[in-house]
Design a protein around this ligand. Structure first.
Ligand code: ZN
Length: 188
């Protein structure tokens, strides 16, 4: 298995609608294994194909809940249904989201509390997962990646302003930047 470089905001593939997955072959299985390894090494709870520079509607996720149960899966060509966004005030901790393509940052992000994910697994088999809370958040974050949306695009002020400022200061927001988990240090 291989740990893959993760592209940083500004890379065009992160900001476009991705193309459907059409081949559920050995190459895809290898890719999925590499994406899991990269995600765990980062560490992250989800990784979308555009984040490793691939124009494909594919993400992997793996998150262990408070009861120690790991929710793990491969989502190709997903569809996502969500409940209306809550209108209450965002919590600096409970709503704090991060992204491996905007490394080291976290900002409160408004998300639906419940979601239904319909997708195909690595063999093309369709499945459905009902999620709430953090898992629903992961699905919304990863699904957004396939539509070229980063969580920083969804931030509200003052967080939107703060994120733009840091991205500018880091000289991100241009093509050609990436980091490799386990190789490059990223300050959290
Ligand atoms: Zn992300």
């Amino acid at each position: 298995m291989t740990i893959l470089p993760i592209v940083v905001t500004g890379e065009p593939v992160l900001h476009h609608v991705a193309q459907p997955v059409t081949a559920f072959d050995a190459q895809l299985h290898t890719l999925v294994d590499d994406m899991f390894e990269t995600m765990y090494e980062a560490p992250g709870v989800g990784l979308a194909a555009p984040q490793i520079g691939l124009d494909a509607r594919l993400f992997v996720y793996g998150w262990t809940d408070d009861e120690g149960i790991e929710h793990k899966g491969v989502a190709a060509n997903p569809e996502l249904w969500i409940t209306p966004l809550p209108l209450d005030e965002l919590d600096d901790d409970d709503d704090a989201e991060g992204c491996l393509s905007v490394p080291g940052l976290r900002f409160p992000t408004r998300r639906a509390t419940q979601a239904i994910l319909k997708a195909q697994d690595e063999n093309g088999e369709p499945y459905e997962v009902q999620a709430e809370g953090w898992l629903a958040r992961i699905f919304q974050h990863e699904y957004d990646h396939l539509d070229g949306i980063l969580y920083v695009d969804r931030l509200e002020d003052p967080h939107a302003y703060a994120a733009r400022k840091i991205i500018r200061k880091q000289k991100w927001g241009r093509p050609g930047l990436s980091w490799t988990p386990g190789v490059d240090d990223v300050e959290a």
